[in-house]
Design a binder for this molecule. Structure first.
Ligand SMILES: [Zn+2]
Length: 216
């Protein structure tokens, strides 16, 4: 226990009233700081995966409560390995599907997702979805940004929805984009594409119709 001892003070005036400066200093020491200065934890804005509304959470926390719907939100990163029993993953953190995984009927809701192994199912990512392994996905993919690596063959039965899609491999899917679809050199996209902008680099191919839609 720290010892508490009062500080003697000598006041130059006979009234005993503290001088203005000293009085303010002592008031400040014993008062709560104003509300605006009290928050010192860094916050992160997230979209609640239960109600879909934006809410602020401490960025270093492992879980948080949505300020709108009071849902308990997980914020930890999740690794999905071969033989993993967890087929439904909901987190505000990142998800990695390991290279040795062969899984189906996954339901993944997360920030960034790294698909290094085979994982068929439904993906909803508020950030990046990166596919680095051949996959046949019976389901759909949704992400702010999606990247398909060079040499990867990807088949998606129920389509891709991505603000931005960057393909360096070979993708068979219907694509709906809010910003742009970029087919890098040597890439191939098979399927209808709805996007404000479709960029086909030299040597890349799009087989299917392009419907130019207005950006949001
Ligand atoms: Zn919520």
């Amino acid at each position: 226990m720290p010892r508490y001892s009062t500080e003697p003070i000598v006041v130059s005036v006979a009234s005993g009233i503290l001088p203005e400066g000293e009085r303010s200093r002592r008031v400040a020491l014993t008062s709560f700081p104003p509300l605006s200065k009290r928050v010192s934890v860094p916050l992160r804005e997230v979209v609640c995966y239960e109600c879909g509304q934006r809410t602020q959470v401490p960025s270093a926390a492992l879980s948080a409560i949505c300020s709108h719907c009071r849902a308990h939100l997980k914020m930890t990163d999740v690794e999905i390995k071969s033989g993993s029993q967890r087929l439904t993953v909901r987190t505000l953190g990142d998800v990695t599907v390991h290279a040795d995984a062969v899984l189906s009927q996954l339901s993944v809701t997360c920030r960034n997702c790294y698909l290094n192994g085979r994982g068929s199912g439904v993906y909803r990512c508020s950030g990046l979805l990166k596919v680095s392994c051949n996959n046949r996905i019976e389901g759909s993919l949704q992400a702010a940004r999606m990247e398909v690596d060079r040499g990867v063959e990807l088949v998606i039965t129920q389509g891709i929805m991505a603000d931005e899609l960057i393909v360096s491999g070979r993708v068979s899917s219907r694509v709906v984009s809010r910003k742009s679809v970029v087919l890098r050199r040597g890439a191939e996209l098979i399927g209808a594409c709805f996007a404000p902008e479709l960029i086909i680099e030299q040597g890349a191919v799009h087989r299917g119709e392009w419907h130019q839609v207005r950006p949001d």
